[in-house]
Design a protein around this ligand. Structure first.
Ligand SMILES: [Zn+2]
Length: 237
């Protein structure tokens, strides 16, 4: 009796009635990938993940010149695979509260959509850039510190970014101490040259221009170079 080593996945077979032999018909032509390592034990975020009874989260207070009332953004997180190497904290739901009912309708709609995206799983950090890119046709406003906020939606995106940074979902691009020191020295020199008081709100010269990279009014022109004193972005000539 001859033996045939089957190296491909068996996807079908038929019995040869004449001889009574089991005749294996291999129909699969594709090489099967090696069996995946055991990943089924790791829980990933998807729609079917049940909401635990208790979630941990944070609330961000937002005060804008658009309204007398502050906006409170609450983001609750779920911890997947707790106490394992694969422990991951992910945003699970978002709520926005305000006494100001002017924006009630679309704010509720937005929070529901964002929460649904959170629960879908996958990379949810794209939400930040999408929301922060929304410009209010009536014009944005400057926050304390000279940072430009193009809309209320962008402000919500900003809070989500802050939260994602705090739970480690977005890596922060912090300036090094040396970079900070260089920028502080530049500011000091600029203030000296222009006989400006260094103590005014935000810390940047009032004449500073808006930085297109970090959206902060912190770009000064010195020695023929434009330098942002907030993020360090620099352009010469
Ligand atoms: Zn900048």
């Amino acid at each position: 009796m001859s033996t045939t080593k089957i190296e491909k996945k068996i996807t079908g077979f038929s019995i040869d009635s004449d001889t009574g032999n089991t005749n294996t018909t291999v129909t699969s032509t594709e090489q099967q990938p090696a069996q995946e390592p055991q990943t089924s034990a790791i829980e990933h975020m998807h729609e079917k993940v049940d909401r635990p009874e208790m979630l941990i989260g944070a609330t961000y207070k937002i005060k804008t010149p658009l309204s007398d009332h502050a906006l409170y953004i609450t983001i609750n997180d779920i911890v997947l695979n707790p106490d394992t190497d694969h422990e991951q904290r992910r945003p699970f739901e978002i709520f926005i509260n305000s006494k100001n009912l002017e924006h009630y309708q679309w704010v509720v709609a937005l929070t529901r959509v964002i929460s649904a995206v959170f629960r879908k799983g996958g990379d949810v950090t794209f939400l930040v850039e999408e929301l922060k890119a929304v410009f209010d046709p009536q014009g944005g406003y400057f926050k304390s510190g000279g940072r430009f906020m193009p809309s209320l939606v962008a402000e919500i995106g900003d809070a989500i970014e802050l939260h994602m940074k705090s739970i480690g979902l977005i890596q922060t691009e912090e300036l090094s101490d040396i970079q900070k020191q260089v920028l502080a020295e530049k500011l000091e020199k600029y203030n000296e040259q222009n006989q400006l008081e260094s103590s005014h709100s935000g810390g940047y010269p009032p004449s500073a221009q808006l930085c297109l990279k970090c959206h902060t009014k912190a770009v000064i022109v010195m020695d023929g170079c434009k330098t942002c004193l907030s993020c360090g972005d620099s352009k010469c000539g």
